[in-house]
Design a protein around this ligand. Structure first.
Ligand SMILES: NC(=O)c1ccc[n+]([C@@H]2O[C@H](COP(=O)([O-])OP(=O)(O)OC[C@H]3O[C@@H](n4cnc5c(N)ncnc54)[C@H](OP(=O)(O)O)[C@@H]3O)[C@@H](O)[C@H]2O)c1
Length: 347
């Protein structure tokens, strides 16, 4: 039984029933992103039914709308609720990877916002998903509300991609924007934290680890090839560097660049550049993210949007859920662990 009372539960024995049912969705992590997704899923008018959550402390008080949601701390136990899809909004890469592997092994589709869980492992995880007739999607893990994964897929479908340039870290962009307008480094970090873009510990953003994970995901999406995470050169944002940019003037951005050379070698790096003459990147302010792809035939594809925060990321999660909902009927419902799918049609 799902949380949402409006969900039509259909008897598995009743083969004559063909009414569409809501997709059962479990949410892992009820923090900034996961709680936002769960609150949307709990609304009666969505085509989804929120059936379980994974958290660190199941006894913790939750939002009123989620108080009857069954919460577990063990992924294996949560999966006994037979979700069709798990939304991974865990803050830990390790815990996320374990959850994704466990879900896919049971033929459960996964939408993940957790870049650290998938960076460097997409080839393996997609193989795992295909072997178990499941889908793995991760648009929310890169770009927040900017449809970066989708734009890379579009460009790839149109021809050979040569170069990708992107602003991938909303916190770093927010800090650089705030300092250009006179804020101190510490003041800008605090403002980014207060606005909910930066974590209480902003190390992953400032060190460039966040951008490193995201650029590796985009590289896989563009070229179908993993890059060694350690081979991606990354410049961190230190207070010295940020102060020098602010003092020197001009518009500085942290740009992630992926280039495919004529010999097919792929080079990925994250570095700071002055973009005064680049009309596309210089206007990206605050937590904005932006992406420009140039294909071998010279065609350019771009996208931009809010790169961090609850609303844009939850929007991206729902876009991936929709993509899965339209593809789930094509997946094999024959295996015993997918019993809930058997005999059902999905809206
Ligand atoms: N914040 C953003 O703007 C943003 C944007 C795009 C993507 N993301 C990604 O989305 C993911 C979630 O980010 P967030 O900001 O929502 O994180 P967060 O607020 O720190 O998430 C905390 C939630 O995760 C649960 N949790 C923590 N460790 C767990 C574990 N080992 N097992 C089970 N549950 C665990 C906590 O449980 P308790 O409630 O019991 O403590 C809590 O509900 C991250 O991977 C992040 O990189 C974030």
């Amino acid at each position: 039984m799902c949380l949402d009372v409006a969900d039509k539960e259909i008897s598995l024995n009743d083969a004559s029933v063909s009414a569409p049912r809501r997709l059962r969705v479990a949410v892992a992590g009820l923090g900034v992103i996961g709680e936002g997704a769960a609150l949307e899923l709990a609304k009666a008018e969505t085509p989804y039914a929120l059936c379980a959550a994974l958290v660190r402390d199941p006894g913790k008080k939750r939002a009123e709308e989620l108080k009857s949601l069954r919460a577990y701390s063990d992924p294996a136990v949560m999966l006994v609720e037979h979700p069709d899809v798990v939304v991974d909004a865990l803050p830990s890469g390790e815990a996320g990877r374990r959850l994704i592997e466990a879900a896919l092994a049971q033929g459960v589709c996964v939408v993940t916002a957790n870049k650290q869980a998938i960076a460097g492992a997409l080839a393996l995880l997609h193989k795992h998903a295909a072997q178990n007739n499941a889908l793995l999607t991760y648009a929310p893990s890169v770009g927040g509300g900017a449809p970066m994964v989708e734009t890379v897929q579009l460009a790839r479908g149109e021809g050979e991609t040569r170069e990708i340039t992107a602003i991938l870290n909303g916190t770093v962009n927010y800090i650089l924007s705030a300092m250009k307008n006179g804020a101190s480094f510490d003041g800008a970090v605090k403002r980014a934290q207060d606005a909910g873009f930066a974590e209480p510990d902003p190390t992953a953003d400032l060190s460039g680890e966040d951008a490193r994970a995201k650029i590796s995901i985009l590289t896989y999406e563009a070229f179908g090839q993993e890059v060694d995470l350690n081979a991606i050169r990354v410049e961190p944002l230190t207070s010295e560097r940020a102060n020098a940019f602010a003092k020197g003037g001009g518009v500085w951005k942290q740009l992630a660049k992926i280039t495919r050379h004529a010999n097919d070698q792929i080079d990925a790096r994250v570095a700071f550049e002055k973009v005064d003459h680049d009309t596309f990147f210089r206007k990206v302010e605050r937590e904005g993210n932006a992406l420009r792809i140039v294909n071998a035939d010279g065609r350019a594809f771009t996208c931009e949007g809010k790169g961090a925060g609850r609303a844009p990321t939850v929007g991206s999660i729902f876009a991936d859920l929709q993509r899965i909902a339209t593809r789930i009927p094509a997946l094999d419902p024959g295996r015993p662990e997918n019993a809930l799918r058997r005999g059902r049609s999905f809206s």
